[in-house]
Design a protein. Structure first.
Length: 179
């Protein structure tokens, strides 16, 4: 068995309906995953499962989610070791400690290439900084992400399947995985 984290791209089902975390945990248990736990109502799931390719787990979760909730949601899965590596690779560590809500990582299903940075930098109009570390995009929004032009272009259509998490969430998931 090994530990994994699953990141749901969205937990909004439409018409103001959100996924209830107890239902998400029950879905994971039906798949045979052990000790499923969630981080508040944020669409983050930590669980234990036999070692297998991440893509298989993503497909299992996505199919089960669609069956349980009636809608497809992209789900990114990382092993605990990969999550620890992601957290350790934060290129904006100092800023993260000062204001953990201003640094985000877009965790990608397929790694981004370095040329994506050139396309994104033109949207950095308020001092935002971006870096790619091991294929994931890190952004220091230099304030509120919701007020940045950059956040509006971090989409699946432009970058591929991925989902944003702020530094608070990264560290809380790391703590959950560490036990």
């Amino acid at each position: 068995m090994r530990s994994y984290v699953a990141l749901l791209h969205s937990i909004v089902l439409g018409e103001g309906r959100r996924v209830v975390m107890a239902d998400l945990r029950a879905m994971a248990e039906r798949l045979g995953y052990r000790a499923p736990r969630t981080l508040v109502a944020t669409g983050n799931l930590v669980f234990d499962a036999p070692k297998k390719p991440l893509g298989e787990i993503e497909q299992e979760l996505e199919r089960a989610f669609a069956a349980a909730f009636g809608r497809h949601v992209d789900i990114i899965v990382r092993s605990a070791d990969d999550w620890f590596k992601l957290a350790a690779g934060n290129p904006f560590a100092t800023t993260s400690e000062e204001d953990p809500t201003q640094v985000h990582v877009r965790v990608m299903r397929a790694p981004l290439s370095q040329d994506a940075l050139d396309r994104l930098r033109r949207y950095c109009s308020n001092g935002e900084r971006v870096k790619i570390v091991d294929g994931d995009l890190w952004a220091d929004f230099c304030g509120r992400a919701s007020e940045s032009k950059l956040s509006q272009v971090l989409t699946t259509k432009r970058l591929g399947i991925g989902t944003l998490r702020n530094w608070n969430t990264v560290t809380r998931l790391r703590a959950m995985l560490a036990g």
